[in-house]
Write a protein that binds this ligand. Structure first.
Ligand SMILES: NC(=O)c1ccc[n+]([C@@H]2O[C@H](COP(=O)([O-])OP(=O)(O)OC[C@H]3O[C@@H](n4cnc5c(N)ncnc54)[C@H](OP(=O)(O)O)[C@@H]3O)[C@@H](O)[C@H]2O)c1
Length: 315
C-alpha cells in the first residue's frame, strides 16, 4: 500500500483547520493523512481528532523550532494565523515569516496560506473615507495577511493563497447575530449598505482547502477565494427570520457608526464591512461560489447553513 502524504494542519482544533482535518480524516480513500497542530493535546477537540486518526503535535505558531518540527517529513501544510487572539498584524507578519522559513526548510510540496486582501490596494492610506488604524493599516486583520503573501512568493514556496469569506458562524460565536431592539424586534445590524457580501459556513472553508490539496500542482500559485453565497443585509435578515420564526429586520448603519461601537476591533470590522460594501464587485469576483462548489461539492448556501445551525444562534 502506498503511504499517505502528511498534511500538517495549523489551527486543527479551530474553525478553518478543523474543517480541513475532518475532511481528510473522514475520507477513507484520501491520499493524505493529518498531522494536527495544537498547543494542548489533552483538549477534547484534540482528542477527537486523534480518535479520527490524526497524529497530534504540539506547537505554538510563535515558536520557530516547534513549527519546524511540526513540518518535518510533511508533504504539505495549512497555514492560518489567529488575529483575534492578539489584534496585531505585526505579530501575524512575524508568524508568517516563521511559517515560510520552516516550509522552505521542510521542502514542502504544497502549502495553503489562509490570507485575505491587503485592502490598502483598494483604499490607500491617504484615502480619508475610513480611518487609518495602528498607523499603517485600513483593515488590520486583512492587511497584515495580504502583505505577508509576498513572503511565500519571494521564498519560492509552492503556495495556494486561500481567501475566506465572512463566516456565518459569526452569528453564533462572534456576537454578530440579530439583537432585539427596544421595540422588541430582532435586527441584524451591519454597515454593508445594499451590497452583497460573501459569506460561508466556517466548516466549508476547510473542505474547500481539501479540494485544493487534492487538485495538487494545478492549484499552486493561484489565489482562490471561497464563499457559500453572496447576500445583502436584507437577504440575510430575511433568511434568519424564516428559521427563527419571527421577523428579523436589516438595520443598515453607516460604517462610521459601527466603528464607534467601542468593542475591541470595532474599528477594524467597521472598515472591513465598508470595504465589503464599497468593493463588493472585486471581493465577490475573488470569491467564486461555483468554483468553491467544485472544490467542495457539499458546500452549503445560507439557507442550508441556517437549517443546520439556526438553533445555536443566541437571540
Ligand atoms: N471570522 C471570520 O469571519 C473570518 C473570516 C475570514 C478569515 N478569518 C480569519 O481566520 C483566522 C482564524 O482562523 P479560525 O477561525 O480557524 O481560528 P479559530 O477557530 O479561532 O481556531 C484557532 C485554533 O488555533 C489554535 N491556536 C490559537 N492560537 C495558536 C497559536 N499561537 N499557536 C498554535 N495554535 C494556535 C487553537 O488551538 P489549540 O488551543 O488547540 O492550540 C484554536 O483551536 C483569523 O486570523 C481571522 O482573521 C476569520
Amino acid at each position: 500500500m502506498k503511504s499517505k502524504k502528511i498534511i500538517t494542519v495549523f489551527g486543527a482544533t479551530g474553525a478553518q483547520g478543523g474543517g480541513l482535518a475532518r475532511a481528510i480524516l473522514l475520507d477513507s480513500n484520501s491520499p493524505f493523512t493529518v498531522r494536527a497542530v495544537t498547543r494542548d493535546i489533552n483538549s477534547d477537540k484534540a482528542k477527537e481528532l486523534a480518535q479520527l486518526g490524526a497524529e497530534l503535535v504540539v506547537a505554538d505558531i510563535d515558536d520557530k523550532h516547534a513549527v519546524e518540527k511540526a513540518l518535518k517529513g510533511a508533504y504539505g501544510a495549512y497555514f492560518v494565523t489567529f488575529f483575534w487572539a492578539h489584534f496585531s498584524p505585526e505579530k501575524e507578519k512575524e508568524e508568517v515569516a516563521i511559517f515560510v522559513g520552516a516550509a522552505k526548510q521542510a521542502d514542502l510540496k504544497h502549502v495553503i496560506w489562509s490570507t485575505l486582501e491587503d485592502t490598502r490596494e483598494y483604499v490607500p492610506l491617504t484615502d480619508q473615507r475610513m480611518p487609518t488604524l495602528h498607523g499603517q493599516y485600513k483593515v488590520p486583520h486583512f492587511d497584515g495577511k495580504g502583505e505577508s503573501d509576498k513572503l511565500f512568493i519571494e521564498a519560492g514556496i509552492p503556495t495556494t493563497f486561500l481567501l475566506a469569506s465572512f463566516y456565518w458562524d459569526n452569528f453564533i460565536y462572534f456576537g454578530s447575530g440579530p439583537k432585539r431592539g427596544e421595540n422588541g424586534v430582532l435586527a441584524l445590524t451591519l454597515p454593508i449598505g445594499d451590497s452583497k457580501m460573501a459569506g460561508i459556513a466556517a466548516e466549508d472553508i476547510g473542505k474547500c482547502a481539501y479540494g485544493i490539496f487534492k487538485g495538487g500542482s494545478e492549484m499552486i500559485g493561484r489565489r482562490i477565494g471561497v464563499a457559500g453565497e453572496q447576500l445583502t443585509g436584507n437577504e440575510m435578515a430575511s433568511g434568519l427570520g424564516n428559521v427563527l420564526g419571527e421577523p428579523v429586520v436589516y438595520n443598515k448603519i453607516p460604517a462610521e457608526v459601527f466603528r464607534g461601537f467601542g468593542f475591541p476591533g470595532a474599528d477594524d470590522l467597521g472598515n472591513m464591512f465598508q470595504v465589503y460594501d464599497e468593493f463588493a464587485k472585486e471581493l465577490n469576483e475573488t470569491r467564486d461560489v461555483s468554483f468553491s462548489k467544485q472544490l467542495n461539492p457539499d458546500l452549503m448556501n445560507f439557507e442550508q447553513w441556517l437549517h443546520k445551525y439556526a438553533s445555536q444562534i443566541p437571540i
